[in-house]
Design a protein around this ligand. Structure first.
Ligand SMILES: Nc1ncnc2c1ncn2[C@@H]1O[C@H](COP(=O)(O)OP(=O)(O)OP(=O)(O)O)[C@@H](O)[C@H]1O
Ligand SMILES: [Mg+2]
Length: 270
């Protein structure tokens, strides 16, 4: 009689390998070379990592907030890296090669901007300010203009133009989306990357770590400034942002300027 032998499945899951550990997240390989798993940590840093701490469950909140917003942006036709929220701290995303440009969008003066130009925090900025910083921890993410980015080979003129347009669309969406949740988007940082097919995609995260969010009624800060400035109630603010986003999920989001850019085919209301 033939003896049955059992072999280890050749397609057994490959042990995830830690590709990169940043200040807020870890990035792991998966079975699919084009997909990575992002794990959100509770570690908090500010002022170029000179200030360090922990915010209990920050990773859980940021994972959930980011997953929700990226799914909503995808549903409106924006190319993002997001694939799936898989557990409390983990999400699957398309692996991209990050364009080393931090895109900062400012609707009101705050933080570094207010300090740099000697203006009061909260003044309205018209037009909306879009800034580039060179994504380099070693150099402290220095600001740069278009010519610097192109001359140093950091980005092409076409990429910068696309980054500007995409950042503007994300801003219009976030302003309307957070307004539903009673929050004003003061400013935020985006990162983009190029996927295996060469497509530019919104990557990284959008969360209270990467946005300034002020309560529309009280002006209270509901973001990482509570940690940066030792305002207390950090955990509560992060949870409240998630709670309000969940409470308002599925409500129609009326995006300003959607008609003006209707030919772009992205992010306009159906
Ligand atoms: N889809 C993606 N594919 C590959 N890398 C990504 C993707 N999305 C984000 N990343 C990168 O993963 C890292 C996330 O880690 P984290 O946010 O903790 O970094 P960080 O500490 O802010 O440092 P830095 O962004 O300066 O590397 C970042 O380098 C980010 O650019
Ligand atoms: Mg980061």
């Amino acid at each position: 009689m033939k003896v049955l032998t059992y072999h280890r499945r050749v397609d057994a899951p490959i042990t995830p390998e830690l590709l990169y550990e940043g200040k807020a997240k870890q990035v792991f390989t998966t079975d699919d070379p084009d997909v990575v798993l992002v794990r959100f940590k509770d570690d908090a840093t500010a002022f170029n990592a000179q200030k360090r701490g922990t915010v209990v469950d920050k990773g859980v909140v940021n994972n959930a907030v980011s997953a929700m917003l990226y799914a909503e942006l995808e549903a409106r036709g924006m190319a993002t890296h997001f694939l799936q929220h898989v557990s409390e701290r983990d999400q699957l995303v398309r692996r991209v090669s990050i364009v080393p440009v931090e895109v900062i969008v400012r609707n009101r003066a705050a933080g570094t901007f207010a300090k740099r130009y000697g203006v009061e925090e909260g003044i309205d900025l018209a037009p909306t300010v879009v800034e580039w910083c060179y994504k380099s921890d070693a150099l402290g993410d220095p600001p740069m203009n278009d010519a610097t980015a192109v001359a140093l080979g950091i980005a092409t003129p076409e990429q910068l133009e696309a980054l500007f347009d995409l950042a503007t669309l994300v801003n219009e969406y976030l302003l309307a989306r957070f307004a539903l949740a009673g929050l004003e988007v003061i400013d935020f940082k985006l990162e983009f990357g190029v996927d295996a097919a060469g497509e530019l995609r919104l990557a990284d995260e959008i969360s209270p770590d990467t946005c300034r969010l002020w309560d529309i009624e009280s002006g209270e800060r509901m973001d990482k400034d509570r940690f940066r400035r030792d305002l207390g109630g950090v955990e509560e603010a992060y949870h409240e942002v998630l709670r309000r986003l969940r409470e308002t999920a599925g409500r129609p989001v009326e995006v300003a300027g959607a008609d003006a850019g209707a030919d772009e085919g992205a992010l306009h209301d159906a």
